[in-house]
Design a protein around this ligand. Structure first.
Ligand code: HEC
Length: 122
């Protein structure tokens, strides 16, 4: 009986984590086309923006050799999924003065998917 209750709880917990707005990395890969003009996913290559390889969990402005704006250097963020979601909604709202010239992704679904894709880059 106890085991069944535990199993039921586990089932609910794992179901709810799937049902949350967790993104789809495969769909996120095509959303990333919008980022790819400026960002590479190659750890050794920068574009107009810093590489996004390993960005999830990374501290802001921490890619060595990339010349960040003063605003980004002072931002002091950790790029976890929640912070990325806010940033990608409206980059200039989270980091006023950022030199990332990108209006943001207005669809929550696109943000969740691209963040799921970024999470695979490690
Ligand atoms: C027009 C070019 C451009 C586009 C398009 C663009 N970015 Fe950026 N991005 C930049 C630049 C430049 C920076 C550095 C910003 C600064 O120093 O203020 C940056 C910074 C970032 C950072 C912070 C990285 C760090 O190391 O702190 C993240 C995260 C990011 N971009 C994600 C994205 C994602 C995801 C997309 C697509 C949805 C995207 N960007 C689209 C140019 C761009």
């Amino acid at each position: 009986m106890k085991a069944m209750i535990v199993a039921a709880i586990l089932a609910v917990v794992s179901f709810s984590s799937v049902a949350r707005a967790d993104g789809d990395a495969a769909l996120g890969k095509s959303v990333f086309n919008k980022c790819a003009i400026c960002h590479t996913i190659d750890p050794a290559k920068k574009g107009l923006g810093p590489t996004l390889f390993g960005v999830v969990g990374r501290h802001s402005a921490s890619v060595a050799g990339f010349s960040y704006s003063e605003a980004m250097k002072a931002a002091n963020k950790t790029w976890d999924a929640a912070t990325l979601d806010v940033y990608l909604t409206d980059p200039k709202a989270l980091v006023p003065g950022t030199k990332m010239v990108f209006p943001g992704l207005s669809k929550a679904e696109d943000r969740a998917n691209v963040i799921a894709y970024l999470s695979t880059l490690k």
